[in-house]
Design a protein around this ligand. Sequence first.
Ligand code: ZN
Length: 376
Amino acid sequence: MKPVRGSAGPCSSAAVPSMWWCCTTVSMSELGPGQEEEEERECKASMPSAPGGGGREEEEEEGEGRVLTLPLQAYRAMERMEEFVHKVWEGRWRVIPHDVLPDWLKDNDYLLHGHRPPMPSFRACFRSIFRIHTETGNIWIHLLGFVLFLCLGILTMLRPNMYFMDPLQEKVVLGMFFLSTLLCLGFSWLFHTVYCHSEKVSQTFSKLDYSGIAILIMGSFVSWLYYSFYCSPQSRLIYLSIICVLGISAIIVAQWDRFGTPKHRQTRAGVFLGLGLSGVVPTMHFTISEGFVKATTVGQIGWFFLMAVMYITGAGLFAARIPERFCPGKFDIWFQSHQIFHVLVVAAAFVHFYGVSNLQEFRYSLQGSCTDDSLL
Ligand SMILES: [Zn+2]
C-alpha cells in the first residue's frame, strides 16, 4: 500500500502507535525546500509492514505467491528499526505532530506540529539544538542566558577587592547568586535538549530542571537578604534559614516522579510561586521598618517588585499555556508560553542582579556603617 501524504495513512497513531517515524501528517514544508522528494523516497523505503497494511515490497512478494511468515516480519521490523537508529545518529530525522508522540513526550497539546521524535542518542539530541522544532526557542533562550550570567559572574568575581567592604563574604554571597542562576539556566537548557532522548533521561533531567528553579529562588533570596538586612543579623539569619528550609522542601517535592507530568502543571507553578511569595514577609518587614520612600529608593524594592511580577507572570502564562491555548498550532515554534516564561526568568534574574548591585554600592558608600540613620 502506498503511503498517502497529508493524511493519517496506514501508519497513523491509531493503526501503528509505536511507528511514529513513518509517513503521517508531518508537515514536509518544515524540512525546507528540496527535501520533500528525498523524504518521500525515505518514507516509502522505511514504511513499516504493519499487520494488514504491508509495504510495496511485501505486495510484490505476495504477488509472486509468497506469504511473509511472522519471524520474517519481525526480522524486517528489526531491520527498519536499525535503519531508523542510523538515521537519527546521522541527524536525518524530521519533526512530527503532537498526536503521534509517545505519552511521555506529550506535554502541551496546544502545540500541534514541529515536535522532535524520541531520539535515543545524546549526540542526536545535542545536534538538534541547530534544528527548528518546538524546543529550539526554549533551549537557546536559556543557553544564551547561561552565557550572559557566566560572563557577569566572572566579571563580578574578578572585581578588585577595594570595591567591597568585606570582599570575601560579599563575593561568596554574590557567587551563590551567580552559581544558582547558572545551575538553573544550565539544568534548563540541558533538560530541553535531551528530554526527547528517552523516558528515563527525560524524567531525570526534568527533576534537575525543577530543582534549578528552587535553587535560583534560594540564591536570589540569599543575596537580597544579605544586603537588605545588613545591620540586622538576627532577622537575616531567621529569614535565610526559612528560605533554605522552604527551598530544600521544594527540591525534595521536585524529586517526585509525577511532579513533572502535564497533570501536575498547576502544582508545579504553585510550589514555585509559593516559594517566591515567601519573600513577601521580609519585604513587608523591610518596608515597614524603613518607610515606603526609603525602601523604594535606596532599598531597591521597586526592582525586586518588578522581578517578582516577572516571575509571577511567567509562572501564570506557563500554567495557563497562554497564548497557544487561544490559537492551537500557531505558536508551535515561536512565542509559546514556555518561551515567554524562559525570557522572563532571564530578565528577572538580570533585574535582581541590578538591584543587588545597587544595594552593594549603597553599603559600600556607607563604609558598612550601621550606626547612623542607615537601613535596618
Ligand atoms: Zn523550561
